[in-house]
Design a protein around this ligand. Sequence first.
Ligand code: SF4
Length: 93
Amino acid sequence: MSMEHCEYLPKCMFFNDVMQDMPKKSEELKAYYCKQHFTECARYIVLQALGRENVPAMLFPMQTDEAKRLIIEEEHWSDKYRKSDSAGTESTE
Ligand code: SF4
């Protein structure tokens, strides 16, 4: 049997905290994303790319543009950091 549900569902902060007050909307999103199309979920995408601690609490599953922006921003900064880091080791004073 293939895995069809998102592996993060039992612990997903979004559904366990943020969506508690919106049970109907929550069930709709869960049915679509968590139980079928989790690879399209913005939270899943950020989690895979940047780790659980970098997923904003209020990021909604459909906010994939925001997910991409966060990932690009993170890569940009770590890139910059790496560059300045190696530049630092090259220039011995
Ligand atoms: S919201 Fe996204 S990360 Fe959270 S359980 Fe659903 S599919 Fe997985």
